[in-house]
Design a protein around this ligand. Sequence first.
Ligand code: PLP
Length: 439
Amino acid sequence: MSALFHRTCNADLPWADTGDGCYIIDRNGKRYLDACGGAAVSCLGHSDEEIRDAIRAQLDKLPFAHTGFFTTEAAESLANLLAAHAPDGLDRVYPVSGGSEAVEAALKLARQYFLERGEPQRTRFIARRQSYHGNTLGALSTGGNAWRREPFAPLMIDTSHIAPCYEYRGREDGESQEAYGQRVADELEAEILRLGPETVIGFVAEPVVGATLGAVPAVPGYFRRIREICDRYGILLILDEVMCGMGRTGTLFACEQDGIVPDIATIAKGLGAGYQPVGAMLCSAAIYAAIEKGTGFFQHGHTYIGHPMAMAAAGAVLTRLTDGQTLPQVIATGERLKAGLQDRFGQHPHIGDIRGKGLFLGLELVRDRDGKTPFDPALKLHKKVKAAAMEAGLMCYPMGGTIDGRQGDHILLAPPFILTEDQIGELVDKLSDAIAAAL
Ligand code: PLP
């Protein structure tokens, strides 16, 4: 009997043993093509020598120095590189150990910003119904997934949820993309007015929704309208790029494609590419200045912020992502993968939608394409797809997000950026077999 507390109790999991490019190999020698990076983490595959070398070099020099006592070359250079490549206006970088921690830091920074400005009555956040921002209590409060929230509802911070921009289900017949985007963005304004603008701290959203819907980008214009509304009422725009950032959609930050800059952004997953647990929160110079000129101390921090080995890994990953070749490759490989999915599933009776950007793609499973009716949640179809895919030697990320209060079935694909042409074929074949086996 194992003493390890597995998240899914009694799960019979294969034992991952080694990594080889886009594959994880278990202790019996079975190879699994990684088509989801676990959860959009492993963007450079599982055996990148440069990243390993960077971590080894830092380990040999100095494994840890507490940020209350020292700064390090690894942390300073990562922050400078990130700020140099982030959209103009994201000037300061606060390193953390993962996605939830980045979101938690963002929520606290936003609150502290208004405290420093003498606006203590601002206590509320607005977020979106289909969203995931992490599992710590603050992050969980902003997330909209009912199943994840329910047990902890009495412990949540004050957050209201509006509709996401979910074109496949939300855009009405005859409505243009632009009109749809404005209509759902305007829900933010209505909610700000309902709450009282002077009570709202910020709006939190993923530029491309990941863990609840399987890669759903907003329609063009939606986020520009959101930015305008936030500015009109003086509330902060917090974009959570933990999953969709770090080149996953073809640009370093997904919001670059929406033509806006948030006041605060969170990143993680692809930043460490799975070689180290690491994330970061970025903020504007104005927000930083409010803290600097006020109390001069950000009242949030964990022991491992700025961990030198995590910083060294992230620095090496970011150097790769900004080499001028990797991101164009994400766009080209993403287009080929999407075309492969369209060819195979475009007319599939139970695939209602194929969507996403770059190498961040999603499929939505439906009982019938015309009515877009979801499958009965009791079937737990997404779980069956995952099991069948693992059996076939494919890691994909099926999930049961909610659709208008009902369970839906989505499959997220977020393979490493080094995916080859042959591996695209293998991915589509194995996914097709897994869906057929599950249905
Ligand atoms: N934010 C988003 C958008 C995510 O997708 C996730 C994780 O899936 C998180 C935050 C939480 O990140 P972590 O699991 O590293 O705490």
